[in-house]
Ligand binder design. Structure first.
Ligand code: HEM
Length: 312
């Protein structure tokens, strides 16, 4: 069935897109509204035996599948230095090739818990950032927003610690999806993508000395030496855990089902043209994974589509 956003959401998607363009310093032809600086890599995903206990999705049954993975810095600033606090949360978008030529995506970032849980709050956050400058009276619009939205404040505080590399970052889907098993059983969950090399953050003195592209340079150097690996898990909700608010982190004791191993081996030959063509989207799902009552994936989809239309 074709998916259509309600009219109110279309308006909100457009309003969000407009503020994102403003925050990026205007239109950058051919580039994304946000997560603009990026690098495209390839490799394989090998499912774990446990994956098929929660989902009948084709890529979770046993055979390894090819993947395309784009790593990115936050914001719409095309040349943002990797150690800038606004480059964090960083992004990891994964496209799994499915048998028969179809594909399915995970679009994750490097913070466990998103800034906000719905589109109204996201628009308010972006508007508060755009409405604040060094001359703003205190409390400024962003100070007021963060004063009433502790989850967003936490993302901003955590983003001050720069990562050692993409290989040392964990990534989180934040939004909840429903994994559907072969008997039709439903398992609400969120993706967690944990680096084989472990999570490592830099102290501020070390981070300040880093070159603007140090994380992308380290990724290229790492891939040249051997596979870069991550384990993908689904963190499952306990009854009562909210699935409709990606800013509320579920407790760490929730059951995690290992979905499989991502093994990245190469940077694509022409990453800049590849990333222009690629259009990841959190609602490109497949039989065995469906939307939950989380409002963000559908809204995100609308804004991503505007960004894609805009760069072509
Ligand atoms: C209302 C909330 C959100 C909005 C409006 C939004 C909007 C966007 C837009 C417009 C793009 C550019 C897409 C393109 O041009 O291809 C983008 C990219 C991206 N977003 Fe979001 N986003 C939201 C939430 C999230 C969340 C919750 C995550 C992860 C947990 C996330 C991770 C990413 C990543 C990784 C990319 C880069 C994708 C790529 O590499 O092509 N976003 N977002």
């Amino acid at each position: 069935m074709p998916f259509a956003l309600p009219a109110q959401a279309v308006t909100q998607a457009q309003q969000i897109a407009d503020v994102m363009i403003k925050l990026a310093g205007g239109v950058h032809p051919g580039l994304r509204f946000t997560h603009t600086k990026g690098l495209v890599t390839t490799g394989t995903f090998t499912p774990a035996a446990s994956a098929k206990t929660i989902s009948r999705a084709a890529h979770l049954q046993g055979a390894a599948v090819p993947v395309i993975v784009r790593f990115s810095d936050g914001t719409g600033v095309p040349n943002i230095p990797d150690n800038n606090e606004n480059a964090s949360p960083h992004g990891m978008a994964i496209r799994f090739a499915l048998p028969g030529g179809a594909f399915t995506d995970i679009v994750s970032n490097s913070h466990n818990g998103f800034f906000v849980g719905n589109g109204t709050d996201f628009l308010a956050l972006l508007t508060a950032i755009a409405g604040t400058n060094e001359k703003s009276a205190h409390p400024s619009p962003i100070e007021q927003f963060l004063g009433t939205h502790p989850a967003a404040l936490k993302v901003i505080i955590d983003s001050k610690a720069a990562a050692k590399s993409f290989q040392n970052l964990a990534f989180f889907g934040n939004n909840a999806f429903i994994f559907v098993d072969s008997a039709g059983g439903k398992h609400p969950g969120r993706y967690q993508i944990i680096p084989g090399a472990g999570v490592v953050k830099l102290d501020s003195a070390t981070a300040a000395k880093k070159k603007p592209d140090y994380m992308f340079d380290a990724l290229k150097a790492g891939l040249a030496k051997g596979p870069v690996k991550y384990t993908i898990y689904a963190q499952l909700a306990n009854p009562g855990d909210p699935t409709n608010d990606g800013s509320i982190v579920w407790p760490a004791d929730r059951k995690r089902v290992e979905l499989g191993t991502l093994s990245l081996t190469k940077v694509v030959a022409n990453s800049d043209s590849a990333q222009k063509t690629l259009a990841f989207n959190p609602i490109i799902l497949t039989n065995g994974i469906t939307l939950s009552d989380d409002p963000l994936p559908s809204l995100r989809s609308g804004v991503y589509a505007l960004s894609v239309a805009h760069r072509h």
